[in-house]
Design a protein around this ligand. Structure first.
Ligand code: PBG
Ligand code: ZN
Length: 333
């Protein structure tokens, strides 16, 4: 039955709906919405300062006052949500990552300043993990060479509580310890912070795509790697297990990370849970696009739009992306 009157071409022609921009927009299945984008920032433990990150063109570590100005400018472009990563004071790293819970640390200071300046006009989400604060660079406390899961939970809960008390809307644990969502939820609730939500990095892979981030946050492990706690890229069924566990522990939103190499995982998790799902378009994915665009090898605007559509089509409700400012400033979406 090739090309007869029933099977077409003839009566049935999908191309009819592609003939004009208005028709294509009318029937588009996926739409990018600025309300669903989150812009990440790196915060210095200082009032002022701007340190460009060579492997992430267009992104800089910012002092608190500079961060507030940047977030205000981005708000005018439409960016309503930020994810904050902190750096400790020079020389403050130790084995236990003590400075992660300092209420005068970069993140609590930044949260207070952003909320003082903008209040409910911006959503402030904070990354909760020890790796930028430990001298060994691992995401938890060590027992010998290994990360001690259960001893780490208290430190994570204390860090999250500090962010919540400073005014964070959501805390986002990225450490991949078992049971951390429950520990953080219990810590917040015991302190009366029942309204502060948890966006869990539920499905976080041990990925080479985090390379530029580790330069930015100075958080690379000094020995070994993160394969003992982050997920194996070969696994997708396990992603559903992780997602369901975090939902059961009280997560309000889930995340899959990275995004582009894990679109199948985004789809699986989307279909397995009822919680809103975020995907993190990570530093290495950003750096690869920027490098190719700088060489004239790719059309940056079109690539970014296509990548964000792919992440959205895979099932992400929310996208965390370093491209947010360029995409909105350049009207790429
Ligand atoms: C810290 C953390 C990492 C990222 C987010 N939180 C790095 C890591 O786990 O090594 C990666 C973000 C990015 O690459 O953009 N645990
Ligand atoms: Zn970490």
């Amino acid at each position: 039955m090739t090309h007869d009157r029933v099977a077409g071409p003839g009566r049935i022609r999908p191309r009819r709906l592609r003939r004009s921009a208005l028709l294509r927009d009318l029937v588009a299945e996926t739409r990018l919405d600025v309300a669903r984008l989150i812009m990440p920032h790196f915060v210095l433990p200082a009032e002022g300062g701007e340190e460009p990150i060579p492997s992430m063109p267009g992104i800089a570590r910012l002092g608190v006052a500079d961060l507030v100005r940047r977030i205000e400018a981005d708000r005018k472009l439409g960016i309503r949500a930020v994810l904050l990563f902190g750096l400790p004071e020079e020389g403050a790293k130790d084995a236990a990552g003590t400075s992660s819970a300092d209420p005068r640390g970069a993140v609590p200071r930044a949260v207070r300043a952003v909320k003082r300046a903008m209040g409910a006009d911006v959503l402030v989400i904070t990354d909760v993990c020890l790796c930028a604060y430990t001298d060994h660079g691992h995401c938890g406390l060590l027992a010998g060479e290994e990360v001690d899961n259960d001893r780490t939970l208290g430190a994570l809960a204390a860090m999250a509580l500090g962010h919540a008390e400073a005014g964070a809307d959501l805390v986002a644990p990225s450490d991949m310890m078992d049971g951390r969502v429950a520990a953080i939820r219990d810590g917040l609730d015991a302190a009366g912070m029942t309204g502060v939500g948890i966006l869990s990095y539920a499905v976080k892979y041990a990925s080479a795509y985090y390379g530029p981030f580790r330069d930015a946050a100075e958080s690379a492990p000094r020995h070994g790697d993160r394969q003992g706690y982050q997920m194996d890229p070969r696994n997708a069924v396990e992603a559903v297990r992780e997602a369901l566990l975090d939902a059961a522990e009280g997560a309000d939103m889930l995340m899959v990370k990275p995004a582009l190499a894990y679109l199948d995982v985004i789809r699986r998790v989307r279909d397995a849970t009822r919680l809103p799902l975020a995907a993190y378009n990570v530093s290495g994915e950003y750096a690869a696009v920027k490098a190719a665009a700088a060489n004239g090898w790719l059309d940056e605007a079109r690539i970014v739009r296509e990548n964000l559509i792919a992440i959205s089509r895979a099932g992400a409700d929310v996208i965390i992306t370093y491209h947010a400012r360029d995409a909105l400033g350049g009207k790429w979406l």
